[in-house]
Design a protein around this ligand. Structure first.
Ligand code: SAH
Ligand code: AVI
Length: 323
């Protein structure tokens, strides 16, 4: 099969994905507390900015989870039948999967699933070059809804992989819905490896989302730039400020964009009014305790086989099996 036939198809301006984006943005900006879904951070520019975030000294989750995977890959994946397929939800730069593939030779196919289609296709091409015997079968999908696995992956033993604490970007009820949906997609007998960031010292959390180089601020503001690019909007990026803080009562980092002045913005034919200091809530990043994550898994059709953490207990990797 050629590389081209293996890359996922990208939605265009007339697609359902574009219409859903426009609808969600207008609905969110018309709400009393203005909000935008964090899944829209990830156009090609947003994916590149997220990769920059993962290399920041303050952003401990990526290097900590990578450390856990490097130290314990074979134990984390557990027993693997020959011909097994690894399905990664929100594959991004597909860095962590390389550690699993290096340690577990029986995996014969990899299905990256991502909403950021161009970025995913680029990473899939690199992976095919580096692992020539691996079947790479990208799926362009929004995993908050149903989607199908590619035909060659069906009927084979499946291992789900959901690293990065992307699960933390869901509301608790969305996290439950996701874990149930993953159970249906992967089917009986499947296993699922989930990375979840842990509750910790507030100063460490605060710094991770307020880096000195301002990359997280650029990542947050790129959402407005994306809306300008794709929805004929006229956000002035200099009139909004990045704000991130830890909400202890809800055990989550909240990211907002603060309007510096009273202003009006045109978005897809609508006029949106902002007061000075009014915010758009753009992301939650929930932090778990090991106990709370175990109970989430148990209530959504999974049993925890094992949990792995680092020495500081900053991050957790959970190996789940379908009940
Ligand atoms: N797994 C990688 C990347 C995590 S960043 C890692 O651990 O480093 C989150 C990834 O999930 C991004 O690549 C983003 O494009 C993707 N993503 C976010 N919301 C999504 C959604 N609703 N459906 C599919 N992919 C999504
Ligand atoms: C992808 N996700 C788990 C990241 C997080 O930490 O919540 C996204 C991010 N937002 C700001 N920095 C990184």
């Amino acid at each position: 099969m050629s590389v081209l036939t293996r890359t996922a198809i990208r939605p265009d301006r007339h697609s359902n994905a574009h219409d859903a984006f426009a609808r969600d943005v207008i609905d969110g900006l018309c709400a009393r507390q203005k909000h935008l879904s964090a899944k829209y951070f990830y156009d090609a520019a947003g994916s590149r900015l997220f990769e920059e975030i993962t290399r920041l000294p303050e952003y401990y989750p990526t290097r900590t989870e990578l450390g856990i995977l490097r130290a314990r890959a074979a134990d984390i994946v557990g027993p693997v039948e020959p011909g097994s397929v690894l399905v990664e939800f929100g594959s991004g730069a597909a860095t962590k999967v390389r550690v699993l593939l290096g340690a577990v030779p029986h995996i014969s196919a990899y299905v990256p699933v991502d909403i950021s289609v161009d970025f995913m296709n680029g990473q899939a091409t690199r992976l095919m070059r580096d692992f020539p015997r691996l079947d790479v079968l990208p799926v362009a999908a929004d995993f908050t809804g149903p989607f199908e696995l590619p035909a060659p992956a069906r009927g084979r033993p499946l291992i789900g992989f959901f690293p990065g604490s992307t699960i933390g970007n869901f509301e608790p009820r969305e996290a439950s819905a996701f874990l149930r949906r993953a159970g249906h997609i992967l089917g009986p007998g499947a296993s699922l490896i989930v990375g979840a960031d842990l509750v910790k010292d507030e100063a460490v959390l605060h710094a991770a989302y307020n880096d000195a180089a301002g990359v997280t601020a650029r990542f947050n503001l790129n959402l407005l730039a994306r809306i300008n690019r794709e929805l004929d909007a006229d956000f002035d990026l200099d009139a909004f400020l990045h704000r991130a803080f830890y909400n202890r009562a809800r055990a989550r980092i909240e990211m907002h964009l603060v309007s510096l002045v009273r202003q009006r913005v045109r978005v897809a034919g609508h006029t949106i009014a902002f007061d000075a200091d009014e915010t758009i809530h753009t992301e939650n990043s929930y932090k778990y305790t090991p106990v709370r994550f175990a109970s989430l898994a148990r209530n959504t059709g999974w049993t925890r086989r094992a949990m792995f953490t680092d020495a500081d207990r900053y991050f957790s990797v959970h190996a789940l099996i379908a009940k």
